[in-house]
Design a protein around this ligand. Structure first.
Ligand code: NAD
Ligand code: UFG
Length: 329
C-alpha cells in the first residue's frame, strides 16, 4: 500500500511516516519545505531502515500535484500540509486561507480524479472553540476567532460535502489535541523557527538556556491551579492513531478526537518536566494570552471504540522525549 503524505517533512508528518513505514506501508512525501527541512526524511529512513520518496511540491499547485498522481498510484493520502501559527494567521489571513484551504481542495480533487479513495485529514481541537471539555465529536463546531481555526473548520466541511456525494470516498477527520514530545531516537522532533509559540518547545528552550524564562499565561482560570489545562498527546501516539484511522477507513466521513482524554495544567507540566529531567525551570506568572481558553481536553471514547487505538505514553514520557530531542539538536 502506497500512501501520499503531504507535509511529511514536518513535525507530525515525519513521525507518521515512521509509523506508516513500521506498519508496512510505502510512503511518498510531498512538501514545499515552508516550515521544514528535507534532512528530516533522512532521519526517518535511519529510524526505519526504509526509503521515503520525496517531492518538493506545493500542494496548492495543481499541475505539479497532477504529475505526482500520474507517476504514482496511491492507495491513500494523509494531508498534513498546512500553516499552523495561530497568531500569524490573524496577521496574514489570506496566506492561511489560500494555503490551507486550497491545498485541501486541490488534493481532494486529484484524489477523486485518480480514484484515490482514502483520505486522512489533520484537523484540530481548535474547531471546538469554547465548547466545554471533555470535547465530543458530536458537538456543534464553534470555531475560535482565528483564521487558522476557520481553515480547519472549512476544510472539514469541504471534505464532509465530498464524502456525501462520492459514495466510495472514505475520509477521516482527525482532531488533534496538543501534540508534544519526539521520537525516542531523538532523531526527529519539533523544531520551531524563532521563538516558539507553544508551551513544550518554549519549556525545552528555557531548559537549554536559549530563552531566559518561561511566562505562564495567567493563573486565574477556573482550573485545578488557575493555569490553562490542555490534553497533551505524545506525537508518536498521534502518529499511531493515523495508522489506526487509515486501517479502519470506510466510505463516508468519520471524525475522531486524537488526545489522551486527560487534562494537564501548565504548572503540572512544568513540575513533571523538572522532576523527570532533574532540571529547574525559571518561570513567572504573567497576564492571560488573548484568545486562550481555560481548558481543552478530549473525550477519546470514540477513537478507542472504533479505531481500537488509545494513547499509551504518559506526560512524563512526553517531557523526557521532548528534552532528549532538544539536547540532541
Ligand atoms: P509543521 O509545520 O511541522 O508541518 C507542516 C508541513 O507542511 C511542513 O513541512 C510544511 O513545509 C508543509 N507545508 C505547508 N504548506 C504546504 C503546501 N502548501 N504544500 C506543501 N507543503 C506544505 O506542522 P505540524 O505540527 O506537523 O502540523 C501538521 C498538520 O497538523 C497541520 O495541518 C497543522 O495545522 C495540524 N495540526 C497541528 C497541531 C500542532 O499543535 N502541531 C495541532 C492541530 C493540528
Ligand atoms: N502557555 C504558557 N506559556 C507559553 C506558551 C503557552 O503559559 O509560553 C500556556 C497557554 O496559555 C495554554 C497552554 O500553555 O494554557 C498551551 O498553550 P500552547 O500554545 O502550547 O497550545 P494551545 O492549546 O494554545 O494551542 C494548540 C495549538 C493550536 C491549536 C490548539 C488546539 O498550538 O494550533 O492547540 O486546541 F489550534
Amino acid at each position: 500500500m502506497l500512501i501520499l503524505v503531504t507535509g511529511g517533512a514536518g513535525y507530525i508528518g515525519s513521525h507518521t511516516c515512521v509509523a506508516l513505514l513500521e506498519a508496512g506501508y510505502s510512503v511518498v512525501v510531498a512538501d514545499n519545505l515552508a516550515n521544514s527541512n528535507k534532512t528530516v526524511l533522512v532521519e526517518v529512513e535511519k529510524i526505519t531502515g526504509k526509503k521515503v520518496q520525496f517531492y518538493l511540491i506545493d500542494v496548492t499547485d495543481e499541475a505539479n500535484l497532477d504529475r505526482l498522481f500520474k507517476t504514482h498510484q496511491f492507495d491513500g493520502v494523509m494531508h498534513f500540509a498546512g500553516l499552523k501559527a495561530v497568531g500569524e494567521s490573524v496577521e496574514k489571513p489570506l496566506l492561511y486561507y489560500h494555503n490551507n484551504i486550497l491545498s485541501t481542495i486541490t488534493l481532494a480533487k486529484k484524489c477523486l480524479e485518480y480514484g484515490v479513495k482514502h483520505f486522512v485529514f489533520s484537523s484540530s481541537a481548535t474547531v471546538y472553540g469554547e465548547n466545554p471539555s471533555p470535547l465530543l465529536e458530536t458537538m456543534e463546531l464553534l470555531p475560535r476567532t482565528s483564521p487558522y481555526g476557520e481553515t480547519k473548520a472549512i476544510s472539514e466541511q469541504i471534505l464532509k460535502d465530498l464524502g456525501r456525494v462520492n459514495e466510495h470516498f472514505a475520509v477521516a477527520l482527525l482532531r488533534y489535541f496538543n501534540p508534544v514530545g519526539a521520537h525516542q531516537s531523538a532523531l526527529i522532533g519539533e523544531k520551531p523557527d524563532g521563538v516558539p509559540n507553544n508551551l513544550m518547545p518554549f519549556i525545552t528552550q528555557v531548559a537549554r538556556g536559549k530563552l531566559k524564562k518561561l511566562r505562564v499565561f495567567g493563573n486565574d482560570y477556573p482550573t485545578i491551579d488557575g493555569t490553562g489545562v490542555r490534553d497533551y498527546i505524545h506525537v508518536c501516539d498521534l502518529a499511531e492513531g493515523h495508522v489506526a484511522a487509515l486501517e479502519k477507513l470506510k466510505p463516508g466521513v468519520c471524525i475522531y478526537n486524537l488526545g489522551t482524554g486527560r487534562g494537564t495544567s501548565v504548572l503540572e507540566l512544568i513540575e513533571t518536566f523538572e522532576r523527570v529531567n532533574g532540571l529547574k525551570l525559571p518561570y513567572e506568572i504573567t497576564a492571560r494570552r488573548p484568545g486562550d481558553i481555560a481548558e481543552c481536553y478530549a473525550d477519546v471514547s470514540k477513537a478507542k471504540r472504533e479505531l481500537c487505538w488509545q494513547a499509551r505514553r504518559t506526560v512524563a514520557d512526553m517531557c523526557l522525549d521532548a528534552w532528549r530531542f532538544e539536547e540532541n539538536n
